[in-house]
Ligand binder design. Structure first.
Ligand code: SF4
Length: 737
């Protein structure tokens, strides 16, 4: 029998709608869902492979436990008993001795979104690490200081802007990040078709730059200097105009003073961009009818990542493009409250044991995870839980991190593959495939260029005896809380729900304030405790039905009845309600960020020479995932060192011949790709490769392993405000191998 199902693709932040044709209970073909009003039928090559991911014989279906150095299949009961046997005594002695690492796929997984937080709370450890300190924490930090909440991030209003300035991002290939927009290529075409301009600033002439009206190459890591020089020109030329945001912004004069030293001339040697080009960029931006700047990984994973993240929003604000159509706007997720509670954002509420690094968003930098494992003493990390992460490839100094993993007393991984990280685990708990779980984008609706909501039911049933991921993670939480491996996790979730309802009815700001908790619990929809938790969340959100207060509002049932999603239209201005800082104003010049400007100024005054390495994204891969899907990795060698022809000639390197790349972190040997895509003085390696380790079960990926770029990166330096590792712009030496 042939059936059709609709769901959101969980593989990247674009959140495309998929139309999935099934035959005999198996995926036959996946197309873009043309009836999805947001993605309108768009999908990329990765989105077509969810069926292959599900059918991949290397995907784990049963838990593994390591016995005498070999991973063997065991029952779920035996696997959880093993976890409890090891974690319980460690936690009883010292909560901080157990660390957790959360990989990027967790934010694409509604089960994880609901279950990970209780797991972290049950662990009670300070040693929480995630992919956020690999590449995106600077934006959270700057958003926290400027708008009061680290998740209050303005996104480019792509569909209405006239001038889009992109720095350090390649959304034509990555499909966007911290700005959810299915079909970036089509949306950029539409921008230019309506007479708008696209300007790309990047050391590499990316696939996005290929479409741009102007490509401006700049030295890696110097983006904030370029942006502040543009702001300097905006002030010098009298082009400052905050527009409708003016009543809600403080600190403009402080910004004017702060950018005074950053003249186009002062930063020219550091950025490699001549002063006249900077002036032209600034004037074009400031005089465009509706303009927006957008920066991503290349601007964040550098020594001045938070300054860059902040400078993007400063440029948007002083040119009147904050919170207005066509500028940088604040999405409003359907499940979020009308406004967040006032709270002053801060970091450093606790610090790491070994290097004294500050926490950010209750996390420590992943760059110091190996230190915490390898350094003896009170509070040493002795056990690790990883959930959907492969930090051995994606975190800095992968070799040292792998050594640290091998020295743990115990490690448990929730992961569908035995990969470079999970091969170190004593227990591997595989979740069902993405097609076997429901989907709702709890995070990406808050970053979406249109207000949009979509629920997807599972497309395929669970395998017999295979618990869903919500229950796997909940059982781990029960073990961490000392309840043992046999706890009734459904009863636990119902108890959690009851206490959430109790708290909500006692909260004057909740739409159910003063109501009878029993009545609310009786009204909840859903076939499982997870679904009822979700129903409660969405019904108390600003578009929810408020349990009768707003009869036309959202419920889980209404979302389920709209399989192509519900479009709430373009973004609308949200100032001042969107600001949750207690002062109620956008803080354009947070002192915590301004304090880092002298460091940038010193770097700009004394730029260093030599080759620099940057990463790059690839359309057919997503971080380290998807390399085990044959159709995505076949063909031309993808893991190459891109280098400008002049640099290649100077170093005696030939196209396709191997080169040795050396950095403070280590050395790799990789084939050369000579290309004028690179600016002179900068080379590029893709990210997430290096599948050449013993003990993995990645039969396709291990045949095309590539090299791990993170064997070159170092953990010695982190960006001081956000704790991110320095992954871009690192000094390298390149020679013939
Ligand atoms: S762009 Fe992203 S969300 Fe869309 S199909 Fe590709 S991987 Fe999936």
């Amino acid at each position: 029998m042939t059936t059709t199902a609709y769901r959101t693709c969980p593989l990247c932040e674009a959140c495309c709608g998929l139309e999935i044709t099934l035959e005999g209970g198996r995926v036959k073909v996946i197309r873009g869902d043309r009836a999805d009003p947001f993605s309108r039928g768009y999908l990329c090559p990765k989105g077509t492979t969810l069926g292959r991911l599900h059918d991949d014989p290397d995907r784990l279906r049963r838990p593994l436990v390591r016995r005498d150095g070999t991973h063997v299949e065991v029952s779920w009961e035996a696997a959880f008993a093993e976890v409890a046997r090891h974690l319980t005594p460690l936690l009883a002695k010292d909560r901080d001795s157990v660390a957790i690492y959360l990989g990027n796929p967790n934010v694409h997984n509604i089960h994880a979104a609901f279950a990970v937080r209780p797991l972290v709370q049950a662990l009670g450890t300070r040693n929480v690490y995630s992919a956020s300190t690999v590449d995106q924490m600077p934006k959270h930090v700057s958003a926290g200081y400027m708008f009061g909440h680290p998740l209050t991030i303005p996104v480019p209003d792509l569909d209405r802007t006239d001038h889009l300035l992109i720095l350090g991002a390649n959304p034509v290939v990555s499909n966007g990040s911290l700005a959810t927009a299915p079909d970036w290529p089509g949306r950029l075409d539409a921008l230019q078709a309506r007479g708008g301009r696209l300007v790309v600033v990047d050391p590499r002439r990316t696939e996005t730059a290929d479409r741009a009206d102007r490509w401006v190459p700049l030295r890696p890591g110097s983006d904030p200097a370029l942006l502040l020089a543009m702001v300097n020109v905006v002030f010098a030329d009298g082009l400052v105009d905050l527009g409708d945001a003016a009543p809600y912004v403080v600190g403009v004069d402080d910004v004017a003073t702060a950018v005074e030293p950053f003249t186009p001339e002062a930063v020219a040697r550091f950025t490699g961009v001549d002063p006249e080009t900077v002036r032209m960029l600034a004037r074009e931006f400031a005089t465009a009818e509706r303009a927006v700047a957008y920066g991503r990984i290349g601007t964040h994973t550098v020594p001045f990542g938070t300054l860059a993240a902040w400078a993007v929003d400063v440029l948007n604000t002083v040119t009147g493009n904050l919170d207005r159509p066509g500028g940088a706007m604040f999405p409003h997720a359907a499940h979020d409250p009308i406004r967040r509670r006032p709270r002053r954002f801060r970091t450093g509420r606790f610090r790491s044991r070994v290097r004294d690094l500050p926490e950010v968003l209750n996390e420590l930098p992943v760059a110091t995870l190996a230190d915490e494992i390898l350094t003896p003493g009170d509070g040493q990390v002795r056990a690790l839980i990883t959930v959907a992460g492969n930090p051995a490839l994606t975190a800095p100094d992968g070799a040292r991190l792998e050594r640290a993993l091998s020295e743990l007393e115990f490690m448990v991984s929730v992961d569908p593959y035995l990969n470079e990280t999970t091969r170190h685990a004593d227990v591997v708990l595989p979740p069902p495939s993405a097609l076997q779980r429901p989907h709702y984008d709890l995070q990406f609706q808050s970053l979406s260029v249109r207000n949009f909501a979509r629920w997807s039911d599972p497309v395929l049933p669970l395998d017999p005896d295979h618990p869903d991921e919500f229950r796997i993670l909940s059982r781990l939480a029960a073990i961490a809380a000392g309840m043992g491996p046999d706890t009734d996790v459904d009863a636990l979730a119902e108890a959690t729900l009851a206490s959430m309802v109790q708290a909500a009815v006692a909260d004057a700001d909740s739409p159910v304030a003063g109501r009878d908790p029993g009545e609310i619990l009786g009204m909840l929809e859903g076939d499982s405790p997870f679904e009822r938790l979700f129903d409660f969340k969405v019904r108390t959100g600003h578009r929810g039905d408020g349990f009768g207060a707003n009869p036309e509002g959202l419920t889980l049932g209404r979302l389920k009845a709209a399989p192509h999603g519900i479009d709430f239209g373009p973004l609308t201005p949200r100032l001042p309600d969107v600001v949750s800082d207690p002062d109620g104003k956008v803080r354009l010049a947070p002192p915590e960020i301004l304090a880092d400007l002298p460091r940038l100024r010193r770097a700009a005054e004394s730029p260093t020479n030599g080759l620099r390495l940057v990463g790059r994204r690839q359309l057919r891969t997503a971080n380290s995932w998807t390399h085990n899907i044959e159709v995505l990795v076949k063909g031309k060698e993808a893991c190459t060192l891109q280098i400008h022809p002049d640099d290649a000639a100077r170093l005696g390197l030939e196209d396709a011949a191997p080169a040795r790349v050396q950095a403070s972190g280590g050395t790799v040997v990789v084939p050369v790709e000579v290309t004028d895509r690179m600016m002179p003085g900068v080379v590029s390696l893709p990210y997430g490769w290096g599948h050449d380790r013993e003990g993995t079960r990645l039969s396709v990926a291990s045949r095309r392993p590539g090299v791990n770029m993170n064997l070159l990166t170092s953990t010695a330096e982190v960006e001081p405000l956000s704790g991110v590792a320095i992954l871009n712009g690192i000094p390298v030496e390149v020679s013939r191998a």
